[in-house]
Design a protein around this ligand. Structure first.
Ligand SMILES: [Zn+2]
Ligand SMILES: [Zn+2]
Length: 267
């Protein structure tokens, strides 16, 4: 597992318990592929970045198996007033020629930001769960940052220095979202790892490769009131293989369409 941020202990137990696999960390400077604090912009999707990370670890060790994860925190795509943490994790097996991924979205993420312009440090620290969650301090207008702060005296020192370095004399204080600094992110990474280990424990009924699971959705449902057919509405899960084309319809999500969502009954 390629990581720089102590993620192995969040992932290894699930792979060990469910798959009897031993996960070892490989120290790789994954920050080169993009950082949370924004110094290095991430190029590509989180899945592409996770795959690149895993492959860096595999190149380093010559091991045909690799794991890596990639996360993001930002406004929830469906409810932008709250934050969401999306964690993507991938397992690569070059012997079988498969890349298996899972991801989770969680609104349980402690991610806050403030500036010294607002006089709310005490309530901010409470909200940001300091010092349990670490903080970053940076100049409001300027370069440089103080990271991984978990101590009040250290925080005060960083604020003074950041204000000195800022063109307008103010500083930004925000949650440090790197995995080793954010217990709420750690829980989400662990949940994504559990989901991936579970997926890898299921094999394809056709080709017997691991990674059988949700592949997409079958769409098209009739309205329960007028009987009109909605082509876009999700009907049920589609289970599939990561390698071959074999699929099986999964759990039914909507047997009929709710008239409230029907274009004819509720245009
Ligand atoms: Zn298959
Ligand atoms: Zn209808």
């Amino acid at each position: 597992m390629a990581t720089k941020h102590d993620k192995g202990r969040l992932i290894a137990p699930h792979f060990n318990e469910i798959l009897s696999m031993r996960v070892e960390e490989v120290l790789v400077d994954t920050d080169l592929l993009g950082t949370f604090s924004g110094e290095i912009e991430r190029v590509g999707t989180p899945l592409e970045t996770a795959i690149k990370k895993a492959r860096l670890g595999m190149e380093r060790t010559g091991n045909p198996f690799g794991i890596a994860s990639e996360g993001s925190v930002g406004p929830d795509p469906f409810m932008p007033i709250i934050n969401a943490n999306i964690e993507t994790i991938v397992f690569i097996d070059d012997e079988l020629g498969i890349e298996v991924q899972e991801s989770i979205k969680s609104n349980e993420i402690t991610a806050f930001t403030t500036t010294t312009l607002k006089n709310d440090l005490e309530s901010f620290l409470q909200k940001a769960d300091f010092p349990h969650h670490a903080l970053i301090v940076k100049p409001h207008n300027g370069l440089g940052s103080f990271k991984g702060i978990r101590d009040l005296r250290e925080l005060e020192k960083a604020i003074t220095q950041a204000r000195d370095q800022s063109a307008d004399g103010e500083a930004i204080i925000e949650s440090d979202l790197r995995a080793m600094c954010s217990p709420s992110r750690q829980r989400n990474i662990s949940a994504a790892a559990l989901k991936l280990a579970q997926r890898l424990s299921h094999t394809c009924p056709e080709c017997e490769l691991p990674g059988w699971g949700l592949k997409g959705y079958i769409r098209g449902v009739e309205c329960s009131e007028c009987g009109d057919f909605s082509i876009d509405a999700i009907k049920q899960e589609l289970m599939g293989c990561v390698k071959c084309e074999y699929t099986v319809p999964g759990a039914v999500i909507n047997l009929t369409l709710d008239p409230a969502r029907c274009m004819s009954c509720n245009p």
